[in-house]
Design a protein around this ligand. Sequence first.
Ligand code: ATP
Ligand code: MG
Length: 692
Amino acid sequence: MTSLRPSAEAADRLLDGLDRPQVDAVTADGGPVVVLAGAGSGKTRVLTRRIAWRVLRGETDPDRVLTLTFTRKAAAELRERQRALGLRQRVPAGTFHSTALAQLRQRWSERGVTPPRLLDRKIRFVAQLLSGDRGADPADVVAEIDWARARLIEPDDYGRAARAAGRVPPMPADRLAAVMVRYQQEKRRKRLVDFDDLLALAIRDLRADPDYAAAVRWRHRHLYVDEFQDVNPLQHALLCEWLGDRTDLFVVGDPNQAIYGWNGSDPALLDGLAADRGATVVRLDHNYRSTPQILQLAAAALPPVGGGPGGGRLRADRGPGPLPTLASHPTDRAEADAVAETVRRIKTADRPWSDQAILVRTNAQLILFDEALSALGIPVRLRSGPGPLGSPEVKGELRAIGRDGIDLVQCLEELDERLAALAAKPATGAAAERQANLTALSGLIHDYVTTEDRPSGPGLIAWLTTLQHGGTEGADSVDAVELATFHGAKGLEWPVVHVAGLEDGFVPIAYASTEAQRREERRLLYVALTRAHEQLHLTWAAERTFGVKTVGRDPSPHVADLGRAIDALRGGERAPVDWRAQIARTRERLPDANGSGHQVGGPGRPDAGGGRGGLGGIGPDPDDLLAALRRWRAARARAAGVPGHVICDDRTLQVIATARPTSRAQLAALPGMRPGRLARWGDDLLDLVATG
Ligand code: ATP
Ligand code: MG
């Protein structure tokens, strides 16, 4: 890193390599300055350059800068970009919450106040408040409480505001409003604060004490906000307090990337700031990140009317690149294996693993890709925070299970029973995500129990810890393929991006029921697609296993549009692909459909009973093999002292009996063949198929 000494000359060198509107944004006088532009147009570049430019011109003391963003990861990214520009001193960059907490801690310590405790198990806390209010899922109630707080909506006004926003409260609105009141009272009584209280308390202190407010404003004299489209009214209120009556504010944002509306953010705040008569508005119209092919494809994800500046109308600065690809796979495991293979094929001496990322819609999907890449020895980094294992519900489950002396198999059975009961009624919102995380946990415990001679609670925790860290997660300097959710990928970029799981239910997410939610899901897809520089590979699976249940999947409703966009990019050189026919072909490749004549099942398809042989008397009868497999399972289960389904569920046995795999690779590709199962029972199963 070169250190830059304050000089106008050094500052002006920072303007090299910027286009005209970007220079205007970096050098605009005073504030507020609002940069409105699409993905990859250099908003974050302009924001960091402006800080460095002003510091080098001696106009800004770096200690008095505060850069705000929305996640710790994004704050780290901003700090990294500032370092890369040669800014020696650390320019503060943080989230609204981390900055508010630092401010409160300082104030509490100055005044000798014992800090309140942070409420980290909010769902459990709310569940206790709901004890007399059966029926509503506490996770959904928490989502409503958070939304109302983010929007500065008082309990009395909740019903009206929720109706206006098209929300469907998990319980009658007046009862939910009463829970909100109880929630606040109970927290106060126990001296607990939640994350949003940090913002509210910081606002209260600033409003109550003008001298204190003046000191804080002196400290944070120059305010910068990245990704302003995702600011919510509560954060905005705090920003206004930090700003006071000054105008030294620089924000960048893209309404087409607003992806937190459901959690209370309000892109109208960005429009409001831009419409502010004193604001300088700069629009950037070039995209420096992606090839024209990728940009054109990404534009197909946005609603046809577009709306917002830039968005689908950016001009690509890069030269043309390869055509994006779109492929379907018979099962989720086949999809993960195929993506892992593609990742391996793309890796060359000049293209490190870290040039590639795999992006999915939900945390729970990450595990399959982690397994598939790890099976090929490909290093992986989980970017999206902790993944399902770090979710509160899984942590809560592990706290109960991970103790010594616990009967793990019984715990697993109970968990599976609870999941089966949950699966019987369609989940929405946070509850659906919770269910998916617990299902992922159940799959992992099954793997552990079947690979471990003496399964125990602490052993499980140790095993999961190594799974999470065993060469997969690492320091940013480690060369690894990134695995992230669409949300976690915001603001980031990679030369090669694989967007997987493009299925109805993920894209859009199953619980997106209103038009506004579905539009937000489209913007989320747009964010994912616009992360790529050169190569974009899209995939979906026609069948997916959730825990022990396998269900048929339809492609995302956007797949047809994306397919058509790829056809258009192909420029009519070849006949357009018939996407309907391709989907039908994918279904035909399903193991069941090949052999036993099973339909691709919906959630309710009975597993037991076995498929009738559909081979018309030619070749071995799958029923004989299935019977042999079940006998083998019964013997193994007896020997291990566990129920049969812990060794292998019936559905997987049926698939094996029908597909008759002759190699480990074929066996591994079958739905339900998780790595643990394969490692432990692969040889047994192949022997049985060979002799059965
Ligand atoms: P997003 O909306 O995804 O957050 P963004 O608008 O913040 O994107 P940046 O991440 O700042 O865009 O820039 C996208 C890429 O383009 C980065 O690799 C950046 O270094 C590069 N870039 C930006 N401006 C220029 C330029 N004038 N010349 C060359 N490269 C540029
Ligand atoms: Mg950015």
